[in-house]
Design a protein around this ligand. Structure first.
Ligand SMILES: Cc1cc2nc3c(=O)[nH]c(=O)nc-3n(C[C@H](O)[C@H](O)[C@H](O)COP(=O)(O)O)c2cc1C
Length: 216
């Protein structure tokens, strides 16, 4: 698959079959992820691959529960709905979006694993986080080229990170920042996501020429 095809074809996949993911394909994806640029060549990252069925299901529950908390916070409430009714709606909505996470064969958790910074080097963690994001983009594109779906997922971390750390035995000095299911999509979405279809900014309006504000 051409790179541009993988970039355009990578879409947020939230509906998966339970078809197994080939070990060799997953290894290729993980290796390409870790070829991303890494600040100071520090490799201050880790990818935690969850394949065990029981653990996967618990991860899925955390993602879905955190998703419900997110939707309750971010989505407008129906006319007349009280707190409980709105929370119940958010739980049902999270279910409808993410139920297939319960049988997706793989989750990959992206971790920042700091390697230590010189005392006079401020904000090193920002670089670590950026490096992890680059690795995740590589991972998602490589997965797409293998016919596998992913979706970068961070919202639930705000509420569920401590439980995720405990479940996966992640020590205090490593931080999970992002997770994705990896699996065969029921279908790859095409066209723009509904949110982008509403709000897509023309690319030229986001490119500044020589001086901020000179666009078009
Ligand atoms: C930093 C970041 C965090 C995201 N967090 C979530 C998330 O928590 N749950 C989710 O379903 N999608 C999440 N997404 C996916 C976006 O919703 C998605 O990329 C966006 O709607 C555009 O759709 P597309 O990826 O199909 O082009 C996240 C994406 C990014 C870049």
């Amino acid at each position: 698959m051409e790179l541009s095809e993988a970039i355009r074809g990578r879409r947020a996949v939230r509906s998966y079959t339970d078809q197994p993911v080939d070990d060799a394909a997953l290894d290729r994806v993980l290796r390409l992820a870790l070829r991303a640029p890494t600040g100071g060549a520090a490799q201050a990252w880790g990818l935690l691959v969850v394949r065990d069925e029981a653990v996967r299901r618990e991860v899925a529950e955390l993602v879905i529960r955190g998703g419900a908390t997110y939707f309750a916070l971010m989505r407008p409430r129906a006319d007349g709905a009280d707190d409980e009714a709105h929370r119940a709606w958010a739980r049902e909505y999270a279910e409808s979006v993410m139920a297939s996470y319960r049988h997706v064969p793989v989750f990959v958790v992206g971790l920042v694993v700091p390697r230590g910074y010189p005392a006079d080097f401020p904000d090193g963690r920002d670089d670590d986080l950026m490096s992890l994001a680059f690795a995740f983009e590589n991972l998602m594109l490589a997965a797409r080229a293998e016919g596998l779906g992913t979706v970068p997922t961070t919202a639930f971390m705000r509420w569920e990170k401590p439980r995720l750390k405990e479940l996966l035995g992640i020590p205090d000095d490593a931080e999970p920042e992002i997770i994705t299911p990896v699996g065969h999509p029921t279908a790859f979405p095409t066209g723009l996501s509904p949110a982008l279809a509403r709000n897509r900014r023309p690319w030229r309006s986001l490119v500044h020429r020589d001086r901020y504000g000179v666009t078009g």
